[in-house]
Design a protein around this ligand. Structure first.
Ligand SMILES: *[C@@H]1O[C@H](CO)[C@@H](O)[C@H](O)[C@H]1NC(C)=O
Length: 260
């Protein structure tokens, strides 16, 4: 089920890019290279030794960070901070803000996405706002520092089918697809945890663990919920498999879940 969801999301994204790409739609889910058909579905990041870095990310512990920021995004939705490939021991790969490939750093990722996929661009303005108000520079930072470290998105992995900047589009679309699949607002609300109340960090962790099977990392600011970090490994078929957080929550005890 999950797998076909990714295929549909990928397909929808490509349709939006334009009919010229349609002939090249393969069975590759987002964040997998065009070599997906030759990837072993059994390979799993950080476990399979010598796995092809075009099939599973070499920095294979993926951290998906959603935010709860008053005044930003829909009142019933967490918004995105980012999708960060970590080393298998939980470290940050790459070279500071320029990430892992300075040749693929950009000044304005917003412009690129707007030109290639206006539907994705609109989704990003809704679900990936910056609290500074400058969305494109937030996205540009996330791509340069983190997106360039996703080894499966290396243009060489796409072979001759590579379309300029489809790695960038794929990165942002996949991140939003994960936000939709791991809808933290819905997960919490199903467990009776709703904005406007106070709950313990342990309750947040338990509700999410009950739903995903893995413990998240919760962070707070001034006694209120700020971010929830979800950790994943990635299989050779593109499936994201939840795993427990590598770092404990930054707060404990009772915290506010404010209305926004
Ligand atoms: C998680 O599941 C356990 C076992 O069913 C239950 O006791 C607990 O209340 C659940 N946590 C939340 C926050 O719903």
């Amino acid at each position: 089920m999950k797998f076909s969801f990714f295929l549909n999301a990928r397909f929808a994204g490509l349709v939006a890019i334009g009919s010229t790409l349609l002939s090249q739609v393969s069975a590759a889910p987002t964040l997998l290279s065009r070599q997906a058909d030759s990837c072993s579905a059994d390979a799993i990041s950080c476990s399979t030794s010598n796995a092809d870095s075009c099939c599973v990310p070499a920095y294979g512990l993926m951290v998906h960070v959603q935010q709860w920021i008053e005044g930003y995004g829909p009142s019933d939705a967490f918004t995105m901070h980012g999708l960060w490939p970590d080393t298998c021991s939980g470290g940050i790969p790459g070279d500071g803000n320029s990430g892992c490939d300075a040749s693929r750093n950009f000044d304005d990722v917003g412009e690129i996405i707007q030109g290639l996929d206006s539907s994705l661009y609109n989704q990003m303005n809704t679900y990936w706002p910056s609290y500074t108000g400058d969305n494109p520079s937030f996205w540009t930072h996330e791509w340069n520092k983190h997106g360039t470290c996703v080894t499966t998105l290396d243009p060489e992995c796409f072979g001759d089918d590579y379309q300029e900047n489809e790695d960038v589009v794929g990165y942002f679309q996949k991140t939003l697809d994960l936000r939709t699949e791991y809808n933290l607002y819905a997960i919490l609300s199903d467990a009776g945890i709703t904005p406007g109340g106070e709950y313990t960090v342990a309750e947040f962790e338990s509700a999410i663990e009950n739903s995903t099977g893995a413990t998240p990392r919760v962070t707070c600011s001034s006694g209120a919920l700020e971010e929830i970090w979800l950790y994943f490994y990635v299989e050779g078929n593109g499936e994201y498999v939840p795993t427990d957080a590598f770092s404990g929550s930054s707060c404990s005890g009772s915290i506010e879940y404010p209305n926004k």
